[in-house]
Unconditional design. Sequence first.
Length: 365
Amino acid sequence: MKINYKNRWDNIQSNLGEMDAFVSALPGNTRYLANSDSPPGSPPSSTMNYVVIPKRGEPIAITSSLEEHRCRHESSVKDVRCWTTYPDIASDGKSSLDVLKSTLSDIKAKKVFADTKIRLGRSISISVSSKINELRSIKSKEELDRIKKAIKHSDSGQSFAHNLVESGEGLTEKEVRSEIDYFMARKGIQENSFGTIVASGPNSAHSHHSNTDRKLELGDPVICDFGVFWDGYCSDITRTYFVGGSPSEEWKKIYNIVMEANTRSTEALIEGSTGHKVDKAGRDFIRKKGYGANFVHGTGHGFGLEIHEYPSITYKSRVKIENSMAVTIEPGIYIPGKGGIRIEDDVLPYGSNPIVLTNAKKEIY
């Protein structure tokens, strides 16, 4: 089903207040406002430098001459204006910023919101606004359908990873990562949400480990963290498996503490709550069990067109939880020099009954 871009433009326009326009320069936001549907299995692309949403009228996309054809073909915005990449073949030699300034002059914009700092000169008053992040956080049915398909592919990948790791004694982290990525590619995935993480043994004590040539050893915890793009939207799932399939009693205890923390934070993800309360629900349980200092990151984050989006689910976050915010819940315990456990689900707030979108098996130890 097609994304309704006009609704997005209308939402921006209704939040402009006394401002004359909104200027988007960040890639995730330009995709949100102007890109057309991506082919299944592919990542979103951004061919635009800026998207301008005037207070009245149609949006305007600004791109390079090299990307003009692609932008006109892919973008939902019909008014496409170009800057020239190579001065020696250019008729005017304008930069992207020059075209932005002339565009704002054309629509008589004197006061604008933007999603990041842009130097527009003294004639235009610019204020940075994060409102688009809030708008993006509430996912439409069409967006959720794409996210669910991405999750379904990641669930399948996690099932493959589970079997691979448990029987993978002697394989290196890089080999396991390559096997997972190849499995996903055979399923039609053109790009992952981020670089697949395979962290084994003591390496799993590092929450964002870079894969190495370390060989998996019997009894190792192995964190497998990956996601995929589908129709421009992504997934993000983590599971922890054990080489040989039989964790030690100590690791089994820690695994089940993380599982319970995951459940408690998920149950706290209800409409009207806050990111702080969701984080606190799982963190307090981990702290009570004596591992508070070993939970070294936030509980989760939003995701959609990008892997990290608003809102953040951390102890500092006072953001109000709303229905249809797609977020991760990913508590972890990391023991320096020994290893770590992380269990991450993709979850959707829905009144007082949050929906876990992830189906990859986790009740395994």
